[in-house]
Every structure is written in C-alpha cells, then in structure tokens.
Design a protein around this ligand. Structure first.
Ligand code: ATR
Length: 291
C-alpha cells in the first residue's frame, strides 16, 4: 500500500541499503534548511532515502561532487559559495541555469553526465502563484539588488513575459546584469522610490531587512506605489520584514521569502526521489520550526 501524503508526523524515516541519496553542498552549510525540508518530505511520502548536509570548502568542490557521484548519490543542491563553480562543472545546463549563470541543483544522470538546473527564480514565481498573487505577465516588475538572487528572479520573470527593471546601490553591477539579460532596464538607486507608481510588482532580492543583515531596519517609502502593487521579499527571517510591514500599512498585497525557499526545492526532490512534493502549511511549519 502506498503511504498517504497527508502528514509526515509520526512517520519514521526509511533508510535501507537501497536508499536514494542526495544532499546540499555549501561552505558553511550549517545554516541550511534543506536537510530539514527534504527529510520531512521523505518521511511524508514514505520514500527510502536520505538528504544530508555536505560542508565542502571551495577548493574541494569538484572532488566532492565527483566523489558523491562515485558513491551513488542521485545529485545535490548547491549553495553559497559554489553556485558558479557548479555551473562550470555541469556537463549540461538547463535553460534556467544558462540564464541565471548559476546552478543550485545538480542531477547525476545514469550515463555519468551531470545536469545543472537553477530553480531559485522558478521557485519565486511558483511561490507567487501558490499564494494566488498575479504574475504581471504583461506588466512591470522592479527588483532591488543585482546579485545572484536578482539574476535568477529577473530571468524567471522575463521568461514569463514580465518587463523587468533593476535598481542597485552599485549601479555598475545592475548594468552588468542588464548586459547578460537583454531587455532589463536599470533604474538609479536614488530614484526608485519616487518612480514606484509604474510597477505591478516590487521584489527585494537583497539582504536588506534581514535579521543580522546589513540593515535590518530597511523600510523604504512606498508612498508612490499604485494600489495594485504586490510587494515581495526574498528575506524570510523575520517573516514580516520592515518592507512587508510598510506594504501592509499601505494595504498592499505581500509575499514573504519562505515560499521561494520551499518551492525552489521541489524540482530537485522530484529529480532525485521521483515524487513531486507538496508545499503546504505543514511543510512551512516544519521549516519555520527550525528558526
Ligand atoms: P546574492 O547572490 O544572494 O544576491 P550578493 O551577490 O552578495 O548576494 O548580493 C547582495 C545584494 O544586496 C547586492 O545587490 C548588494 O548591493 P551592492 O551590489 O551595491 O553591494 C545588496 N546590498 C547589500 N548590502 C546593502 C546595503 N547596505 N545597501 C544597499 N544594498 C545592499
């Protein structure tokens, strides 16, 4: 009898000699919530498998990947600082990874080749949709930040037909992003608040507003926003960032960052363990409990 996926509570993990294996490569990796999330799904679906943290120094990255492959792992997630190295190492890149210039998910194919995917941007869009929020397919989005997270979110939104603008403290970095993502518009950092009325979606992709980040009190003015603006933050600690609190004060719809974290994990889980996992309240509560 197959196990009902209603809940993982009271389900022991099954790890036999045939267990499917995956993990997350990072340095450091102790902050990662991916082991809690994937092992929760493994219990929930009664899958014979395990997902482990893999602390790997940058200079050991390639040796570690080859070793995991030799040891029969199905693949791995990749987090800071290995996302570009993973992109270079993969034999084949999905279009998502080509556009993002980074890989967060490695799949070890049966023929020995390594496939690289980038699921962060897709996870963001899936999270919007799962909350019933509109993806502005013929509208405009403004992204704060021009790092790796901005690139993957911008690429995923552009792929859905959204007209994307970015603004960044260091303008040269925003311009470098525009050079690799044609059609991206650059807005000066000093001008974005006043110009907010032109957008349907605002996404903070920086660490501003994050507990322990460069400016945990980051609370820009949203006075110029249209009433239909959706405000999203990829920061998920705290759950209600000052930016989202400001948006709520203006009566705007908001999206926190945890959904992106949960949804970006689904594709890897499906590739390695053969099951498309749900993201629901119990999934979210399981990960929240680790903070
Ligand atoms: P990631 O790859 O996760 O996006 P990153 O590459 O370090 O991380 O990018 C961090 C982003 O946060 C950048 O856009 C950075 O702006 P700069 O390019 O000007 O450094 C932004 N950021 C970090 N601290 C900031 C601060 N105090 N004020 C404004 N932007 C900040």
């Amino acid at each position: 009898m197959t196990k009902t996926p209603d809940s993982a509570f009271a389900s022991p993990q099954i790890i036999t000699g045939k267990a499917r294996l995956a993990g997350v490569l990072g340095w450091p990796v102790s902050h990662s919530r991916s082991p809690a999330l994937h092992n929760y799904w493994l219990r929930r679906y009664g899958i014979d498998g395990a997902y482990v943290p893999l602390p790997v120094r940058p200079e050991q990255f390639e040796a570690a990947v080859r070793g995991l492959q030799a040891a029969g792992f199905r693949g791995a997630n990749v987090t800071i600082p290995h996302k570009e190295a993973a992109c270079a190492l993969a034999d084949r890149l999905d279009p998502s990874a080509q556009r993002a210039g980074a890989v967060n998910t490695l799949v070890f194919e049966e023929d020995g080749r390594i496939r690289g995917l980038s699921t962060d941007g897709g996870g963001f869009v899936a999270s919007l949709e799962a909350d019933g929020l509109p993806v502005p397919v013929s509208g405009r989005a403004l992204l704060l930040g021009a790092g790796g997270a901005a690139r993957s979110v911008a690429a995923a939104l552009q792929d859905r037909g959204v007209q994307v603008s970015v603004t960044n403290r260091t303008q040269a970095r925003a311009e470098s992003l525009a050079a690799v993502l044609p059609g991206l518009e650059v807005v000066p950092w000093e001008a974005w608040e006043a110009g907010l009325g032109a957008y349907d979606l605002l996404v903070n992709t920086t660490s501003l507003g994050m507990e322990g980040g460069p400016d945990p009190m980051f609370r820009p003015s949203l006075k110029a926003a249209s009433r239909a603006l959706v405000v999203a933050d990829i920061v998920y600690v705290p759950r209600l960032t000052p930016l989202l609190a400001e948006a709520e004060q203006h009566g705007l719809k908001t999206l926190g960052g945890l959904g992106m974290l949960l949804h970006q994990a689904r594709l890897g889980f499906r590739e390695w363990f053969g099951q498309d996992p749900v993201v629901d309240a119990e999934t979210e509560a399981t990960v929240r409990a680790t903070f």
